[in-house]
Design a protein around this ligand. Structure first.
Ligand SMILES: Nc1ncnc2c1ncn2[C@@H]1O[C@H](COP(=O)(O)OP(=O)(O)O)[C@@H](O)[C@H]1O
Ligand SMILES: O=P(O)(O)OC[C@H]1O[C@](O)(COP(=O)(O)O)[C@@H](O)[C@@H]1O
Length: 357
């Protein structure tokens, strides 16, 4: 953000602490090169964040009152939706303010751009958890390791972490329904792998199997302050179901190792690749605002940095397409069942997927 003071342009860079509510409920903090010089080496967010609190009118009142003429909004798909509303309100009021969205989420669920900032770092850090699970299950008899990764609606972190690791036997994501019992089910596959190797690792995204889990436990339709649905813990549920099946039904002792590294992954500093990517996003955003563009989100599209209308980025969410080659590569790498050949799978979900193809 910057301010114009008489003739000479006196750029003042402020940050609104704590997410959208920071526009109207906190003092802004002046940013200088000295203040920000090492923030790229820290995890989390120096600007602090929050969920909820998006009051478009109060935010734009604040922008107007402070004479701010450039607003850079950093965050995931929800944040970009908020930025779109701010941009519309600024335009409606005829304000000379440039609104630029900078996409950031480890989930990689932001549409149009090639990938989101933070995603590569999360995939790289997930390797440590998967490797730990693999070491643990290799060290015991009939070891079954389950690693839960972030990904509320999109399974990109789980899919790419699985492909990178090659020590994963099965990857479960929100986009791909699965079932436990019967022919072609997960229980049958676990039994096969235990017989074959004596151990196995399952990687699952936290948003996988939610319809299934809710059949077993009272479904919660609570939402967080931003309107994102709160998830049931599919990792704990699956570890209990597998342990119960092999102990009570198969009368087979297994050693279950459940790892939930979600916050350890999200809390680390970004890696070198994401640091460079972040710099490119920042440069693109500032160049766009200085050139007079507004209502855009920056990001690479087919490897070329572009200014994308925010409304275009927020129309849909980026999800794994089961008919895409990358998911086929994953199935070929793990040799897991596709889980698409039983009526127990939620048929309409399969139809949805095939209709997207
Ligand atoms: N549809 C929306 N319209 C306006 N603001 C939104 C919308 N969705 C989310 N937000 C706001 O954007 C901020 C971040 O959204 P959230 O979903 O929590 O995280 P993310 O941006 O990482 O997806 C929150 O302050 C939330 O209130
Ligand atoms: O538990 P928290 O801090 O609300 O955030 C957890 C969520 O953050 C994410 O990493 C990103 O979610 P957002 O895009 O909503 O920020 C999700 O995958 C995960 O469910």
């Amino acid at each position: 953000m910057c301010k114009r003071n008489g003739e000479t342009v006196d750029y003042l860079l402020l940050h609104c602490e704590g997410g959208y509510r920071g526009f109207y409920s906190k003092n802004t903090i002046k940013l200088t090169p000295k203040v920000v010089n090492d923030i790229h080496k820290r995890g989390g967010t120096f600007l602090r964040t929050s969920r909820g609190g998006h009051d478009t009118s109060k935010i734009v009142d604040n922008i107007q009152d402070r004479g701010i003429n450039q607003v850079y909004i950093i965050g995931g798909d929800g944040t970009q939706k908020g930025a779109a509303l701010i941009s519309k309100e600024v335009e409606k009021r005829g304000l000379q303010v440039s609104v630029a969205g900078i996409p950031k989420t480890i989930d990689n669920d932001i549409a149009v751009i090639d990938k989101s900032f933070g995603f590569d770092t999360a995939v790289e850090e997930a390797q440590r958890a998967i490797n730990a699970a693999h070491v643990e299950v290799e060290s015991v008899e009939n070891g079954v390791g389950i690693v839960k990764l972030m990904g509320r609606y999109s399974g990109f972190i789980a899919m790419y972490a699985t492909l990178a690791s090659r020590d994963v036997d099965c990857c479960l994501i929100p986009e791909s329904p699965f079932y436990l019992e019967g022919h072609g089910g997960l229980f049958e596959f676990v039994e096969e792998r235990l017989k074959e190797n004596g151990h196995m690792v399952i990687v699952l995204a936290e948003g996988a199997g939610q319809d299934y889990v809710s059949q077993d436990s009272h479904p919660v339709d609570e939402k967080d302050a931003s309107g994102n649905r709160l998830l049931l813990d599919v990792g704990l549920w699956l570890s209990h179901k597998i342990k119960e099946h092999f102990t009570d039904v198969k009368k087979m002792a297994i050693n279950m190792k459940y790892i939930d590294p979600t916050y350890m992954i999200r809390a680390i500093p970004s890696n070198a690749s994401d640091n460079v990517y972040c710099t490119l996003l920042a440069h693109s955003a500032v160049h766009g605002a200085m050139a007079g563009y507004t209502g855009f989100t920056v990001g690479p599209v087919n490897s070329r940095h572009a200014y994308i209308p925010i409304s275009h980025v927020t129309e849909t969410q980026n999800t794994v397409k089961l008919t895409d080659r990358m998911w086929a590569r994953l199935l070929a790498s793990t040799n897991q069942p596709s889980f698409l050949n039983r009526d127990e799978v939620i048929p309409e979900k399969v139809d949805q997927e095939l209709s997207k193809a």
